[in-house]
Design a protein around this ligand. Structure first.
Ligand code: HEC
Ligand code: HEC
Length: 417
């Protein structure tokens, strides 16, 4: 009787198991696949790394001021451009445009900000090595905020004097009578540079020090922008527990197959790896160049720029000891190797923020998938000598599955309230 029952149960099980064979394949993970899922899981994100170059990086008053500055359009030439103009909170801190628009069009796409405090290099070409150094770029960029550092300091003195003093200590009396709001050493404009040169070294030093502190405050806020759990992360947790019932509730078989391709045959994980789905490195994957522009040199130019950036970790406005600037000390300076290479973007929330690539070359995720398919087949038509893509042939159905998976990298984004 007992034997009979066991036999019949096994028989039923065999039938059930033999039935939806594909489903079992999609939702079954071997040990090395589970290790890959673990490496991508948000729970593997280490604690925020220190930023020794910014001693205010975790100061709650600096974060609060930085947040106000991030949203304040008064810090711009036309009173209309804030960081938040191009980094919109509801759009994963990007803007849905092919190239960002401030005072005028820029030449690259706005980048998502969640988790970027983990990134040693900022911008598509990595020309800044900290969030505070990064923040000082767009302010003096004529097509972004379009104001000089002098004007920026005068505005912060006017609107945020009290907050500034509470964080950074004393702030000398400064007024438009003593400082010409057009003066800047970096803006590509004869008058701005001449006015800067006519200032005494003490005054130049004062303005630049206050400007660096403004960057440190904005950087402290950007540091708080972090990704939360996506469907993929909840799925990974169910896999770790062997909880098949929840696994199947969270990802369909197609989505799970897409994940399998992502970490397997399609080799996306070679570059989109770790819990932020980026190796923080630079690659020329062969994206077509922007219409009307030369090919973007990318990291080739970013290397000399970050080395000479006055606000880098080794510069005089940094709070770090030189031996704390390991990334910069050990930077790969072979610029030629990085010709046309762009920073691998994080893929968290990627489906929510078209268009894609460094100049919005692709309007949809399926365009991106078709691009990768052609890259593998070696007929992309892109003008690159050396795409780093090594995956094998992807079928049309593979593309559908990969895209289905990428949509499961959706999740909340948190930032300091
Ligand atoms: C006019 C639109 C615009 C404005 C204004 C703007 N950004 Fe950006 N942001 C961009 C673009 C475009 C990029 C990529 C630029 C590049 O690579 O040259 C970028 C890149 C970044 C990055 C790098 C992210 C990464 O993954 O490397 C950070 C951080 C950032 N911006 C923060 C800020 C902050 C803080 C401000 C305000 C001080 C600001 N942005 C103002 C458009 C803008
Ligand atoms: C050799 C490294 C590398 C590999 C392998 C790779 N990527 Fe990328 N990926 C990048 C880089 C670099 C960019 C940005 C390229 C640019 O803008 O010029 C990118 C961009 C993307 C984007 C657009 C994201 C955005 O914010 O614009 C998506 C989506 C994407 N990759 C998905 C994939 C998928 C899916 C695979 C596997 C089929 C894959 N990648 C394989 C490096 C890689």
């Amino acid at each position: 009787m007992t034997l009979l029952r066991t036999l019949s149960i096994s028989f039923v099980l065999v039938i059930l198991w033999a039935g939806p064979l594909n489903a079992t394949d999609a939702q079954t993970w071997n040990a090395s696949e589970i290790r890959a899922l673990q490496s991508l899981w948000i729970g593997s994100l280490p604690p925020l790394p220190d930023d020794p170059s910014n001693k205010y990086a975790d100061d709650y008053k600096a974060i609060a001021l930085g947040k106000k500055l991030f949203f304040d359009a008064r810090l711009s030439a036309n009173g209309k451009v804030a960081c938040a103009t191009c980094h919109i909170e509801d759009k994963s801190f990007t803007d849905n445009l092919p190239v960002a628009h401030g005072i005028e069009d820029t030449s690259r796409r706005s980048m998502p900000l969640a988790g970027m405090a983990y990134s040693p290099w900022l911008f598509w070409d990595g020309r800044a090595d900290s969030l505070w150094a990064q923040a000082l770029g767009p302010i003096e960029n004529p097509v972004e905020h379009g104001i000089s550092r002098t004007k920026c300091v005068l505005l912060v003195n006017e609107f945020y004097r009290k907050e500034y003093k509470e964080i950074f200590g004393d702030l000398p009396e400064i007024s438009n009578n003593d400082f010409n709001p057009k003066a800047s050493p970096v803006i590509d404009d004869k008058e701005a540079k001449a006015l800067w040169i006519s200032m005494s070294p003490d005054k130049q030093e004062l303005i630049t020090r206050l400007y660096a502190n403004i960057g440190k405050s904005i950087g402290a806020f950007v540091r708080t922008i972090q990704p939360g759990k996506s469907s993929f992360d909840r799925y990974a947790e169910a896999v770790f527990k062997g909880d098949m019932e929840n696994m199947e509730k969270i990802l369909t078989d197609d989505e799970a197959f897409g994940l399998k391709l992502f970490i397997g045959k399609a080799q996306c994980i070679n570059c989109h790896n770790g819990p932020l789905f980026t190796n923080n490195d630079f690659h020329d994957v062969g994206v077509p160049k922007r219409p009307k522009f030369d090919k973007d040199p990318g990291r080739e130019q970013g290397i000399p720029q970050v080395l000479s950036n006055e606000f880098n970790c080794l510069g005089k406005y940094s709070d770090a000891d030189p031996d704390e600037c390991l990334e910069l000390q050990f930077i790969d300076t072979d610029a030629e190797k990085y010709r046309g290479a762009m920073k691998t973007p994080s893929l968290r929330n990627v489906a929510d923020r078209p268009p894609y690539m460094h100049a919005g070359q692709f309007a949809t995720l399926s365009d991106v998938m078709k691009f990768y398919q052609k890259q593998a087949a070696g007929k992309s038509g892109a003008d690159t000598g050396r795409p780093d893509i090594v995956h094998g042939i992807l079928s049309d159905n593979d593309l559908v599955l990969l895209e289905a998976f990428l949509k499961k990298l959706d999740g909340p984004i948190y930032s300091a309230r």
